[in-house]
Design a protein around this ligand. Structure first.
Ligand code: SF4
Length: 1016
């Protein structure tokens, strides 16, 4: 009898254990009475995924209590899922400790209320909570709702209450969040992506067409070179890192790590080079310059698949640190010159000989030429020989049969030029021909388990689901919105897939508003809130501090610990009228008004904010889907009920939503129409089931749909199988067009669990479902040459067989488009080309440029001393005074994560708290010697904004670097402790970081700012 591990468990769970185990020879003969019962014997086994990071490791959850009447399930064991194709049974210290999170003493069990000025929580009933919250929300909405703006345009927005959503919740909760918020007119709708991978979308979408990881975890094994920069996956994504080891072991890949700190990823690297935090663009532009100067580019790829040959408008220039079009008064660019030169027919001019002085490639050469190895060394502090060794290794992949993958995370995104760092890497990979290739790509290693999903679902201030933009108040009609949201291709014959924007948008409106959305009322266009300005997290904190904001609904988010400048966040929250926190755990945010000694030195009596703390379920207690970094939507199943009176997020939202609707029906009030028009037709509207929301997200036909010949394509009510079926005439509905195909007429595709890998390339298309259209490597048309043959026969992903494209992955390309049509592989970009020149899509320039962090240790920029910092950096005027200078704060601080802890979350799990009980900072050995600091000393680290105290770890991992002739030391600040949780109390690390952000994504700077350190 053949038995594997899975069938072994099935046999056990099937109740045959006693006899069957004997038959299998597991039963001992002697001492039977003394043996302990196998602990999983009567367990219910449930599949789920780790709730922490975006590797999305598979978990098997074992609970007891099912079956018996009135028995309550209790989870008592969790282990890695050996069938999972990414994690293959592994869990890192975070995942291994997840049982202690589920049963944490800090789990919230019943609703609580904190009255204005009070210093205690009071237990309340759910009814009391829902009623009071609905009352407060309605009062604020009625008082501050803007139905029309000063010009008389219908804007239907509620600008004084905002909502932060949890990117660890399921996609189904996310769609409910979106409907809830937009129905009420909330414009300030955000999720953790704003504070982590915002720059990823800002950079990758204009470079390639989509703002997501191009490849996937398994595919890393195919790389010949692994470049890790701006991330530390060995610690932050430990199980995903096994694919780096796989590449190194089985593909003889060279692993390169570039980081201010010699971290755990560096410990297994072939080449490690330090650089100064905040100098990444200089390093990568130096690499770009090296490739161009030494002609290490993949010529055919660059010529045919990138915009290298396109001619740029004559008005474009770059001088003294500024691109053409800069307006000093507004501190913004007029980007009209950042375009192609057009011919008489309106088509972009192209020079396939690549000799025109204004073709993109030659402009890039000129722009990059300033980044010589000497300049890189001067700005980054990296030794010239280390830099050149890295350049040579990466340049080795400019041939068709070698690839490099770039792995990055918050080390790139947490900067005032985060988007441009990623842009530079995109340029490098396009020059090398490494996009669309197995083993290539720009692989954004996402943070939270579902931050990819929450970005997909548009839970950001200016977004709608599926990367559709939320209309602005300047788009006064549907026609004007669609006209601006639908790009026109400057090259004839390209796919330009966003030309279907009207189909995606109208289907979204039908999903949102059902029968209420008609052609006559522009499909409900007026009901959507229209933005007048950005309501990103930085802006929200500022508006709150200025007293312009009243209410904050916070779901699974800890902004007191996550917003930059904790003291500013505290002042902001103190001015709110009400705060509603929905979370499985106690958080510093919910307790911001409590005095916790030096860690939170506040006076509750002075704080008038009403606070509600509502207990919610966690991942192990819900069904739903979560999108990992690979864009895989993995369905998971509940193993137990939430503890105490805790409820699912959907039930909490549903109850508040229904109460608000009822009040508006009965009492009237400001603009009830958008709220009443939103469809909420769930079987139990107070508790929408994840399965019905998932079907809604995918979408269905609203009527029988026929093709031109009269053939029935879709029956009314039928789930659509692809976004290609969506229509602009109101006959289809889809809550998130890119998720079309996730729940088809054949059922839940996200629940699939076939881990077969027929190609051996990691194209595991039967496990879960990946957006878009189950494609596992984006832009995979570029893995074949212009004639349609794989660049590398060993890495054959898709090829043209004379009639259609086929292979191991779903083609990211029209299936029957012959190569001779010369359609570009980047089908989401209007010209089909990978963008070396990003046109007018970024706020700070079409090419990347090095600018100093806002707090710079040198305060100079040798590239252009007259323009030291980004001219368009995101900063509010009253925050300028909170910036420090190097004379008082001479050291560069950089924050980061460690293996055992996940953000401010795992400190609630006993096992993780034991592993890392106490706050520490890392100090280089040279600086420690200068300051008389020894390992284990208590130190005070201060910035212009506040201070923290922690234990000193003195280390050689942080080297003293020479930057522009000066010695610069770096202090490492892990970001995990606070005044709630099972660890010893600690200071919030964001006490030190500044309120400044990236101009494109408004993502704050956490990785390069100035501090001082003293022994205490
Ligand atoms: S934290 Fe990430 S790497 Fe660790 S077990 Fe969870 S998903 Fe896997």
């Amino acid at each position: 009898m053949h038995i594997n591990r899975r069938s072994f468990f099935k046999i056990c769970a099937g109740g045959m254990a006693g006899t069957t185990l004997s038959l299998l020879g597991f039963a001992p003969t002697a001492a039977l009475a003394n043996i302990r019962e196998y602990k999983l014997l009567r367990a219910k086994e449930t599949r789920n995924n780790c709730t922490y990071c975006s590797v999305g490791c598979g978990m098997l959850i074992y609970s007891r209590g099912d079956g018996a009447k009135n028995a309550i399930s209790s989870i008592y064991h969790i282990e890695g899922d050996p069938d999972h194709p990414v994690s293959r049974g592994s869990l890192c210290p975070k995942g291994a400790g997840v049982l202690d999170y589920i049963h944490s003493e800090q789990r919230l069990k019943y609703p609580e209320y904190r009255a204005p000025g009070s210093n205690e929580w009071r237990r309340i009933s759910w009814e009391e909570a829902f009623d009071r919250i609905a009352r407060l929300m309605k009062e604020d909405r009625d008082a501050n709702f803007q139905q029309k703006n000063a010009q008389g345009v219908t804007v239907n927005r509620w600008p004084t209450t905002g909502m932060l959503c949890s990117s660890a919740a399921s996609n189904e909760t996310g769609l409910l969040d979106h409907k809830f918020a937009r129905a009420l007119g909330i414009v300030a709708l955000e999720n953790q992506a704003r504070l982590c991978h915002g720059p990823t979308v800002s950079a990758l979408a204009p470079s390639f067409g989509r703002g997501a990881m191009t490849n996937n975890w398994n595919d890393i094994k195919n790389a010949n070179v692994v470049m890790i920069m701006g991330g530390n996956p060995a610690e932050a994504h430990p199980v995903g890192f096994k694919w780096v080891i796989e590449a190194k072991t089985h593909n003889k890949a060279k692993v390169i790590v570039v980081d201010p700190r010699f971290n755990r990823s560096a410990a297994v690297a072939d080449i490690y080079a330090p650089l100064r935090a905040g100098s990444d663009v200089a390093f990568l532009m130096g690499l770009t310059n090296y490739l161009l100067q030494h002609d290490h580019i993949q010529h055919e790829y660059v010529k045919h698949y990138t915009n290298a040959s396109l001619i740029v408008s004559e008005g474009f220039s770059f001088e003294a640190g500024l691109f053409s079009g800069y307006d000093e008064a507004t501190q913004k660019y007029d980007k009209s010159s950042w375009h192609y030169e057009l011919d008489a027919n309106g088509a972009a001019k192209r020079d396939m000989t690549l000799t025109h002085p204004r073709c993109v490639l030659n402009l890039l050469k000129k722009h990059a030429s300033r980044y010589t190895p000497e300049m890189v060394s001067r700005l980054c502090g990296t030794a010239k020989e280390d830099f050149l060794a890295i350049c040579q290794t990466i340049a080795s992949t400019s041939v068709p049969d070698r690839t490099a993958t770039f792995l990055y995370a918050l080390g790139w995104t947490h900067h005032t030029n985060g988007a441009q760092i990623i842009r530079t890497a995109a340029i490098v990979q396009l020059l090398l021909g490494n996009i669309g290739m197995p083993g290539g790509g720009i692989n954004a290693l996402r943070g939270h388990s579902n931050v990819q999903g929450y970005t997909d679902l548009g839970l950001l201030a200016q977004s709608l689901p599926g990367y559709l933009p939320l209309p602005s108040e300047k788009q006064t009609t549907l026609a004007s919105y669609l006209q601006q949201a639908t790009p026109v291709s400057p090259l004839p014959g390209q796919v330009n897939y966003w030309q279907n924007t009207d189909k995606f948008f109208v289907s979204l409106m039908k999903s949102f508003y059902g029968d209420n959305a008609t052609a006559e009322n522009q499909w409900g266009y007026d009901w959507l809130p229209k933005w007048d300005k950005s309501y990103d997290c930085l802006a929200l904190a500022d508006m709150m501090e200025q007293g312009q904001f009243n209410g904050f609904i916070i779901q699974g988010f800890n902004p007191l610990a996550a917003f930059p400048n904790k003291n500013k966040a505290f002042r902001a929250f103190s001015r709110l009228k009400y705060m509603v926190v929905i979370d499985p755990l106690s958080t510093e945010t919910a307790s911001f008004w409590q005095h916790h000694g030096e860690f939170n030195d506040v006076d509750p009596a002075q704080i008038q904010t009403e606070v509600f703390r509502l207990p919610s379920s966690c991942f192990a207690e819900e069904n739903g889907s979560v999108a990992n970094s690979s864009r895989w939507l993995q369905w998971h199943w509940a193993a137990a009920e939430p503890p105490g009176e805790a409820l699912h997020d959907g039930k909490i939202l549903g109850n508040i939503f229904l109460r608000l609707r009822e009040r508006y029906r009965q009492e009237g009030g400001a603009a009830p129409e958008p709220l009443l028009a939103m469809s909420w037709n769930y079987t139990d509207p107070s508790n929408p089931e994840p399965e019905e929301v998932a079907r809604e997200s995918n979408g269905w036909a609203l009527t029988d749909i026929y093709d031109d010949s009269g053939k029935l394509l879709l029956k009314k009510g039928q789930q659509i199988s692809s976004f290609a079926e969506l229509r602009n005439d109101g006959t289809t509905a889809s809550g998130c067009w890119i998720y079309a195909g996730s729940w088809t007429q054949e059922g839940n595709q996200m629940a699939r669990r076939d881990n077969a890998d027929p190609s051996g390339l990691g194209a595991i298309s039967g496990w879960a479902w990946a957006w878009p259209a189950n494609r596992r490597i984006l832009y995979n048309r570029a893995s074949a040459d212009p004639q349609g043959k794989a660049w590398d026969p060993q890495r054959k992903l898709i090829e043209w067989d004379g009639k259609r494209w086929q292979g191991y992955d779903v083609p990211d390309y029209p299936l029957t488009a012959a190569p001779e049509k010369q359609i570009g592989p980047f089908i989401m970009l209007p010209d089909g080309m990978g963008h070396l020149f990003a046109l007018d899509k970024l706020a700070d320039g079409p090419f990347p440029e090095h600018y100093e962090p806002m707090e710079s240790p040198t305060a100079t920029n040798p590239l252009h001393p007259e323009q030291v910092h980004s001219p368009v950096v995101r900063i509010f005027p009253h925050d300028v005074k909170t910036l420090g200078k190097a004379d008082a704060f001479p050291y560069v601080a950089t924050t980061y994560s460690i293996t055992e802890l996940f953000r401010h979350w795992t400190k609630h799990a006993r096992l993780n708290a034991i592993a890392q009980p106490e706050q520490f900072v890392e100090i280089g050995a040279e600086l420690a010697a200068d300051k008389g600091i020894s390992a284990g000393d208590s130190v005070r680290v201060s910035s212009q904004r506040g201070y923290i105290k922690a234990k000193a770890v003195v280390t050689k991992r942080l080297r003293r670097l020479t930057i522009d002739g000066r010695q610069v030391d770096t202090i490492g600040v892990p970001c995990h402790w606070g005044f709630e949780g099972a660890t010893q109390k600690g200071f919030l690390a964001n006490t030190l970081s500044p309120s400044v952000g990236d101009a494109n994504s408004q993502t704050p700077e956490y990785k390069a700012f100035l501090v001082n350190v003293e022994k205490v």
